[in-house]
Design a protein around this ligand. Structure first.
Ligand code: NAD
Ligand code: UDP
Length: 363
């Protein structure tokens, strides 16, 4: 019997790519999403792309804070594990509307965890973020680094990590993997699914992609006076399909052993790339010029952040997942990330919508 995985936030960017990889790996998948920052079209495309495996997916439009609806779902399906992506993620918005973020991310997670416990489902993979390292004193960031948060969004990640550690301490039946993502970019190589943020993109690559297709005039570079190779911020970009595969490795680990406890892994490539290097790679992949406007640093930004990947490589045993590729780590580089980002953008300049169907007037 195929293992049944509940994926919260599965219609979103990382969620839809993970649902795709789960289906191909033979899992049965139920997606819960309130579609606040996504469209059901992503899942329709996943179902089509996954071919025969696509029939092993169901979608439930549910807000995680709707306890009754969640309970009903758990009463009808016995899940073997949950991958929890659902949450709001815009740093700037979280500063303006902290209660919205605490309500959605924290209360949504608590209701999910309570419902899981009530139904005896105690295996969880949670989407944390490299934001919990703040401005690290050194790089690469190892999982043991001190944690901090500089904004309400980051605090929700940190709080949920602590909640997970606490519930596992209180009840050893819980098996939890916390995944700290670095900077997911790119899209499925088919160009069929990708990132389609509502409103003005906060992250670098969705913004660059919208400049390339003519939706925005120029990229504002936040700070060129950092102590980095070219003065711009350095991050660890990881292809979203590699990141999705990291989730398969994490659930496989949960099923391999009942003694995971609450463990944490970085998902990154271990390589640092500057904003200007990323723009150059994208220009090369797309043949498009990206006009730049130099501006001051963005409040709360760190200078250089990249991952130590050794723990994930050793303990998540990616090589067991990637038997056909013979890889035990992220397999795509910047070139492929930009190639696939452009493939998605050029085929879907307005994401899953059409220009006159824009979900947000600010777009
Ligand atoms: P996304 O916004 O594309 O996906 C999140 C999904 O969750 C959306 O489809 C949204 O509609 C849904 N959602 C939000 N609140 C919900 C609720 N209360 N009930 C049901 N559904 C709800 O974001 P993403 O980039 O795919 O990120 C997924 C997760 O990974 C998030 O938790 C995010 O914080 C985390 N993360 C993302 C990044 C990144 O750069 N994209 C980096 C680190 C961590
Ligand atoms: N960045 C930028 N212009 C933008 C968005 C981001 O110069 O419109 C820079 C940002 O300052 C950082 C890097 O790109 O150095 C990655 O930013 P992103 O928001 O994608 O990721 P995070 O900072 O959360 O790691």
């Amino acid at each position: 019997m195929a293992k049944k995985i509940l994926v919260t936030g599965g219609a979103g960017y990382i969620g839809s790519h993970t649902v795709m990889q789960l289906l191909l790996a033979g899992f049965s998948v139920s997606v819960v999403d309130n579609l606040d920052n996504s469209s059901e079209a992503s899942l329709e495309r996943v179902a089509e792309l996954a071919g025969d495996c696509g029939k092993n997916m169901t979608f439930h439009k549910i807000d995680l804070r709707d306890r009754d609806a969640l309970k009903k779902l758990f009463a009808t399906t016995k899940f073997d594990a949950v991958i929890h992506f659902a949450g709001l993620k815009a740093v700037g918005e979280s500063v303006q509307k902290p209660l919205l973020y605490y309500n959605n991310n924290i209360i949504g997670t608590i209701i999910l965890l309570e419902t899981m416990a009530e139904h005896g489902c105690k295996k969880l993979v949670f989407s944390s973020s490299a934001t919990v390292y703040g401005w690290p004193k050194e790089v690469p960031c190892t999982e043991e680094f001190p944690l901090c948060a500089t904004n309400p969004y980051g605090r929700t990640k940190l709080m949920i990590e602590e909640i997970c550690r606490d519930i596992q301490l209180g009840d050893s039946e819980w098996d939890i993997v916390l995944l700290r993502y670095f900077n997911p970019v790119g899209a499925h190589p088919s160009g069929f699914i990708g990132e389609d943020p509502r409103g003005i993109p906060n992250n670098l690559m969705p913004f660059v992609q919208q400049v390339a297709v003519g939706r925005r005039p120029a990229l504002t570079v936040f700070g060129n006076d950092y102590s980095t190779k070219d003065g711009t911020g350095v991050r660890d970009y990881i292809h979203v399909v590699d990141l999705a595969d990291g989730h398969i490795a994490a659930v496989e680990k949960l099923f391999r052993s009942n003694k995971t406890g609450c463990d944490v892994y970085n998902l990154g490539t271990g390589k640092g790339t500057s904003v200007l290097e990323m723009v150059e790679a994208f220009e090369k992949a797309s043949g498009k010029k990206i006009p730049l406007v130099m501006a001051g640093r963005r409040p709360g930004d760190s200078e250089t952040v990249y991952a130590s990947t050794s723990k994930a490589e050793k303990e998540l045993n990616w090589k067991y997942v990637f038997v056909s590729y013979y890889y035990c780590r992220a397999k795509y580089g910047i070139e492929e990330m930009c190639r696939d980002q452009w493939n998605w953008a050029s085929k879907n300049p307005w994401g899953y919508g059409k220009p006159n169907e824009s979900a947000d007037p600010s777009t």
